[in-house]
Every structure is written in C-alpha cells, then in structure tokens.
Write a protein that binds this ligand. Structure first.
Ligand code: FDA
Length: 311
C-alpha cells in the first residue's frame, strides 16, 4: 500500500514541489545520485572504475513534453559520452549510458515515438564512436510496446542496444523468450512503476517468482543477461543458473543501483563477477528518489529525519 502511495507521489506535481523545495539534506540525494553535473558524474565513474566496477550512467529527467527539451537531453548524453571517453572510461563498455525514452521524446503529443527513436539513434551513434553501448530503460507499462518497437527497429543498426524487462509485468516471460537471441543485451529488473493487476503481478512473491522464471529464460538463451537486482535470493539463483547453463563470469553481469548494497557490489566484483552500477546524475532527481523510497520503507524514515534535522 505504502509503495503504491509513494509511486503515485513520484508522478505528482504537488508532491514534487513540496519535496524539492524543502531543505533536503544534500546527503540523502547524494546517497543515490552522483551530483548535478556531467563533470561530477564522470569523476564518480572514474572512482568506481578504479574499484573494478562497471557503470551505466543515467541523466535524470523523464516525461519530457517539449521537443526542444528532448533534443537537449539527447545533447546531454552525447556530450557525456565524449567526456567519459576523454577520461578513458568508455573503453570496452566499462562505462555506458542508460536512456529513458520519455526523457528523449516518447511522450510528446506529436510524433513522440519517432522523435524518441531518432534521439536514441543519435545517442547510440555517439556511444559506438566512443567504443561503448546504450541501454534503453523501461518505464511505465503504457510505454512497453513502443519502447520494444524502438529497440527492435534500432537493433538493425546497433545490435548491442540493451533493453529492459520488468518481471512485475505478466507479459515478461514471453518478452524474455523473444529477446534471448544471439548478441541481445537484456536487463532484467522487478519494475519500479505502479501497474494494475490485469497487466502486473502485485504481490512481492509473484513478482519474485516471475523474476526467477525470466532469469532462467535469459540464462538459457543466447543473449547477454544483465541481472539488475539487490535481492540476495535472486542473486543466488542467478549464480546457480550460470553454473547450470555453463556461463562463465564474462557471459552475463549483475547490476545494482549506486548507493544500494555497496558492500555486496564489491563482494561480487571481488569474486570476479561483472558488476555494473546504475549511476544517475542531474538536478531532476525527484522521481528517481521517490521510487527508491518506495522500494524500502526504512529509507523513508531516514529521509524524513533528514528533512527535520535540516543538515
Ligand atoms: P527488492 O526491492 O525486493 O529489494 C531486495 C533487497 O534489496 C531489499 O530487501 C534491500 O535489502 C535491498 N534494497 C532494494 N531497494 C533498496 C533501496 N531503495 N534502498 C535500500 N535497499 C534496497 N526499474 C524499472 O522499472 N525500469 C528500469 O529500466 C530499471 N532499471 C534498473 C537498473 C538497475 C541497474 C537496477 C538495479 C534497477 C533498475 N530498476 C528499473 C529498478 C528495479 O525495477 C527495482 O525497483 C529495484 O531494483 C528494487 O528491486 P530489487 O530487485 O532490488 O528487489
């Protein structure tokens, strides 16, 4: 229930104004976000790469309703890729980028899908020029078909374009099967958006069982699975499936969010696993932060305390 309320708040303009205008302790946002600027994100990426961690960077922002803003978000990504390359961080895909289709135009009233596809294509071209890749994030369930259409269309030219499956959606095992093809990079996550019962599993146990089902499909398939979860049980199932399917440490990767279970991130990397962190940056952190609070009520108490103490 709390999760649904918080996820509704993540899309509410009034709640956004209330929270973003409050004197939020910098430390709360900094726990999950690299900083406001690309320069700060590149610096944090450099530190993470030095620790042997892989990175995917996300420029915060979503639900763009303005074509110029979508164009600016695209320019932010191409400039970011150039800065990462200049710092020697893109080699071998060590640092790549994650893009939300609605940040680059999917939600525009006119030609949204076409605009998003063109903008993602520009980002893919910039990533390829710098020796790295792009993953297209998955957002609200209304956008799944359009997002998968964009990915399928762009994979003709950019076969390494990554996409995301949310195990909370009932359709996901079928999507996983369709996507588990040679060379296909697929991130599997539980899903961070509210979705109704007719399209989504709503109990935690069902979402977890669906995750395990999709995980088995991806690990048995011929693509490159990216297991995005902090859940210890699912990480164990991932390792067991890798053994069963004969996948070595370079044949799949784990992914976690920057700031969540950092000790576990380093433990997996030290064991020789490919471990990639999702690293957001930018000033538009509200929606991202509220989704993180919804995942763990204990975070809410931490956040509320910081509002009161005004550190
Ligand atoms: P769950 O939420 O069940 O958490 C398992 C355990 O992890 C918890 O018990 C706790 O220990 C720890 N934990 C989880 N969240 C925490 C938090 N916020 N603070 C502290 N501890 C926490 N979603 C989406 O819809 N589209 C997308 O494109 C992506 N992309 C994406 C990329 C990457 C790299 C990751 C890791 C996640 C995403 N997500 C996402 C988010 C994802 O759908 C999901 O909401 C979160 O990963 C939380 O789910 P878990 O699998 O970690 O399980």
């Amino acid at each position: 229930m709390l999760r649904r309320i918080l996820l509704a708040a993540s899309a509410s303009g009034r709640a956004r104004k209330l929270v973003t205008s409050a004197p939020v302790a910098r430390g709360v946002v900094a726990r999950y976000v690299a900083g406001d600027t690309a320069a700060e994100a590149v610096a944090v990426t450099g530190r993470l790469r030095a620790e042997g961690l892989l990175v995917t960077l996300d420029h915060l922002g979503e639900d763009t309703r303005d074509a110029r803003q979508a164009d600016a978000a695209t320019g932010e990504y191409t400039a970011l890729l150039a800065s990462l390359a200049a710092a020697g961080l893109t080699a071998g895909g060590g640092a790549e980028v994650s893009v939300k289709p609605t940040a680059v135009g999917l939600g525009l009233a006119d030609h949204g899908e076409k605009t998003a596809a063109e903008n993602i294509s520009r980002i893919c071209a910039a990533a390829r020029a710098e020796g790295t890749t792009v993953t297209v994030d998955m957002e609200d369930h209304h956008h799944v078909d359009a997002t998968l259409r964009i990915v399928r269309a762009l994979r003709g030219e950019f076969p390494d374009l990554g996409c995301v499956i949310q195990s909370q959606l009932r359709r996901s095992a079928a999507d996983a099967a369709a996507l588990a093809t040679p060379g296909s990079r697929v991130r599997l996550c539980k899903g961070a958006y509210n979705a109704p019962q007719d399209v989504a599993f709503t109990s935690r146990a069902e979402v977890d069982r669906s995750y395990a089902r999709c995980l088995r499909v991806l690990m048995r398939g011929s693509g490159y699975p990216m297991l995005a979860t902090h859940d210890p049980r699912l990480i164990e199932i991932g390792a067991a499936q890798a053994r069963l399917t004969g996948r070595g440490p370079d044949d799949f990767e784990y992914q976690m969010l920057y700031g969540i279970r950092p000790a576990e991130q380093r433990r997996l990397a030290a064991e020789g696993a490919r471990m990639r962190l999702y690293l957001p940056y930018g000033s538009d952190w509200y929606g991202y932060l509220v989704r993180r609070l919804a995942e763990r009520p204990a975070n809410l108490a931490f956040f509320a305390r910081s509002l009161v103490t005004r550190r």
